[in-house]
Design a protein around this ligand. Structure first.
Ligand code: UD1
Ligand code: UDP
Length: 366
């Protein structure tokens, strides 16, 4: 029996790792241990509750307004103890968070092989997204197995000299999750509230957007709401106190805007499926929206998800107020522009990524 330790700590990692854990747990020859770092608290537990996965460890590191160094140091120290106890044959980490970076480093320090789920995404700009571009490149420096979601991410890894035998193109496990969550008969009071309007679903949280860029996004949305009466906005506000403060300051007290608590993933995916436009600086949402056929304006300067841009459902609009305002308005008034961005396409997988990853892990370990 070979032992795999999965390590993750934020909402998006959990959404993308839980389908894989369910798959790994089907194998009689693999033992799958789940270690949460607790980089997120409420937002992580929401996902664990939906997938009903028992975890073996929770390092519970979250602090209010935590710094990057505190996250990294706490994961390195506390995960070190778990590695000592469990001595796994493989560590699996996901994506580009500080949890993933520190967990991969902890594995490297102990000579334990690391597998990287969602490997090979790149902007090649260390400051956008920050610190995620560093994290993902650093994880790929030490990884022994790369699970690239797309051919383009495989090409990035090959360009960097990674060994092609270690790279598997699997699709993204987020599409596996999506096939479990979206339901035609889904109902919610917030969706009833906006059934007479076009729904703009908003999320924003990126570290490099805190401050003026995020305020610009919110001001642009306010301008749109003031101008178009058939629009309603729902914004499940991230738990980061800095995000909450800016959202409160600019978007509260407006009739057609609802600021709500973060939604669990079933709710959020169904809200996406009912929305007219999605505005976000998120990574994962850029992968989910194309398969739902929803136009996404990506409020960032760069993206590591060029496949969605090529497919036409994503558009990078930066973080200046007028550009965001103009681009939302264009989608609201120009049917052709809207239709061009609302075709359902699926560049991120067919819903079977977890199976492919589990198979590659078995091949490596057994
Ligand atoms: C983190 C990841 C980012 C990922 C995002 C997903 C890093 C550096 N950043 O950013 O890559 O896109 O998660 O959402 O790894 N908080 C709570 N409760 C929660 C979660 C957060 O109160 O459940 C508050 C805390 O005050 C915390 C703050 O939000 O200190 C920021 O959380 P943090 O994980 O540092 O940053 P995110 O922006 O969430
Ligand atoms: N999501 C969610 N509830 C919300 C907002 C987002 O479950 O209120 C999901 C979303 O469907 C996607 C993931 O969280 O799967 C994206 O997380 P986030 O934007 O926090 O992080 P990123 O993907 O940018 O790292």
């Amino acid at each position: 029996m070979k032992k795999i330790l999965t390590v993750f700590g934020t909402r998006p990692e959990a959404i993308k790792m839980c389908p894989l854990i369910l798959e790994l747990k089907k194998s009689a020859e693999l033992e799958c241990i789940v270690c949460l770092t607790g980089q997120h608290r409420e937002m992580l537990m929401q996902v664990m509750n939906i997938f009903k996965i028992q975890y073996d460890y929770n390092l519970d590191i979250m602090e209010q307004n935590q710094s990057l160094s505190r996250i990294t140091v706490n994961v390195l120290n506390k995960l070190g103890e778990v590695l000592e106890t469990e001595n796994p044959d493989l560590i699996l980490v996901h994506g580009d968070t500080s949890t993933s970076f520190a967990a991969a480093l902890a594995g490297f320090y102990r000579g334990i092989p690391v597998g990287h789920v969602e490997a090979g995404l790149r902007t090649y700009n260390m400051y956008s997204p920050y610190p995620e571009e560093f994290n993902r490149q650093a994880v790929d420096l030490v990884a022994q197995l790369y699970f690239a979601p797309t051919e383009q991410s495989r090409q990035n890894l090959l360009k960097e000299g990674k060994d092609s035998d270690k790279i598997y193109v699997t699709g993204n496990t987020v599409i596996d999750a999506l096939s479990l969550t979206v339901r035609a008969d889904y109902q919610n009071e917030n969706l009833d509230w906006c059934s007479d309007s076009r729904l703009i679903l908003l999320t924003a949280h990126r570290r490099e957007n805190l401050g003026e860029p995020m305020k610009n996004m919110f001001r642009a949305i306010r301008q749109v709401i003031e101008e178009y009466e058939d629009i309603k906005v729902i914004y499940p506000v991230h738990k980061n106190p800095k995000v909450r403060q800016a959202a409160q300051e600019i978007l509260s007290g407006i009739d057609r805007i609802r600021l709500i608590e973060p939604l669990d993933v079933v709710d959020f995916h169904n809200f996406m499926a009912r929305s007219y436009i999605i505005l976000t600086d998120s990574g994962g949402i850029q992968e989910e929206a194309p398969s739902l056929g929803k136009p996404v304006l990506v409020m960032r300067d760069t993206t590591e998800r060029p496949e969605g841009i090529e497919a036409g459902t994503l558009k990078l609009v930066g973080t200046t107020e007028d550009v965001i305002y103009r681009e939302i308005k264009k989608l609201l008034v120009e049917d052709k522009a809207y239709e061009a961005m609302s075709n359902a396409v699926n560049p991120y997988g067919d819903g079977h990524a977890s199976e492919r990853i589990a198979e590659a892990v078995s091949k490596y370990l057994l």
